[in-house]
Design a protein around this ligand. Sequence first.
Ligand SMILES: [Zn+2]
Length: 484
Amino acid sequence: MDDLLQALEPREIWKYFLELSAIPRGSGHEAAAVRWVLEQARSLGCEASQDEAGNTLIRKPAAPGRETAAAVALQAHVDMVWEKNEGTAHQFLTDPIAVVRDGDLLRAEGTTLGADDGIGVAAALAVLASSEVRHGPLEVLITTGEEVGLAGARRLRPGILRARYLLNLDSGRAGFVTIGCSGGLDSSATRAVATGPAGAGLAAFRIKVSGLKGGHSGGDINQGRGNAIRILAQALWSLAPAFGLELADLAGGDKRNAIPREASARVFLDPAREGELRAALGALQEQLRASLGSFDPGAALALEPAADAGRSVLAQADARAVVAFLLTVAHGVVAHSPVLPGLVQTSSNLARVLTRPGAVEVLLSHRSSLAADKAAVADQVAALCALAGFQQQRGEGYPGWQPDPGSPLARRVSAVHEALFGRPMEYRATHGGLECGIIGQGHPGLEMVSFGPDMWDIHTPEERLSIPSTAAFWRLLGAVLEAL
Ligand SMILES: [Zn+2]
């Protein structure tokens, strides 16, 4: 590790990054890293405190001559996603991340690197340690649990920051300044279903949808990919009456923030018509592939004999209502942003369906940078629930951050970038969540932007961080702090 550090510039940021990388800090296991952050702050003579969630707030007075400047907060999250390749011996709970250099890149040996957001934490601490950066009054906020539903930020005391500006250091694209993010709200919809025995002489089969790409419901919802649950509903809606299918159960999807890749239904069918149904599914698969094309070329619909799991089936009217609901409930892009071309402003993900004894449960996840738009999608789901006999429950949700391309802070950061590197920054917003949404809600009037160095494939063992763009990020951060 020491040899690696010798070869990296600027030393001050890499020193903290490599030290932090040696401390296990998966979401929910941050205690040691949180202690380390506090030790660093105190050893630099800064005032520091922690709340029950492990969020650390550190204050450092202005550099000489900058006492009257507006206060600035630097913010990053200390937790990281733990993912490793199969067969990697790494033990996340005890082992340091094995950081290796690959030319201009840093990566880890078979695991996530944790540059998301270890490099943001390192940069903030390096500013605290620096006697060269001529910053105004400074606050550093290091949160926990970002990767598990923004858990630390949610428990942050509103109004705790005194800063006028907040620089969130949790962005993975150099040359871009992030000025907005989406908020989220979950709906669950449950319907009681009556059951009875399957018709005499019918046999159990499984209709399976597979081969889809899926993806993240924030970043990939506008990629035109298929939703396995929707496709299954399409098949059941169009084929059940003609084939006299009786629905035993259905299931699909997994996580709220993942577009479902697989779904299946167990149905009872006259075995004499098995070949005919297989052909009909084949035709549907052809239509599907023509429709999805290169967005999702592997989409597949198959029919298999099902293991005997009892002969109970849903009452026909209930099955029909469930399938109708799944075929029509909000999924996909609802609205694009009127201010940032190409950005999705509002969307819904039909995330999961499962069958329990006597009930079918559906989970949906709605996103928008606007609270009212998010609520409007949940209302739409509520209306359909009323029509189709479902009960809706809404989650707590978390706020978004509506992008403002006229933001004076974003302009100043971009102007500093242009002065340093000869080109302005591009404005972007994410349809994913950022802590800025929650922090902004708790601090009305706080101006925020987010930026960081280039990294790729975060949350996977392929995660890589650009060394030169980290050096550029450090220069930019220092220059922005001097300019504000
Ligand atoms: Zn992050």
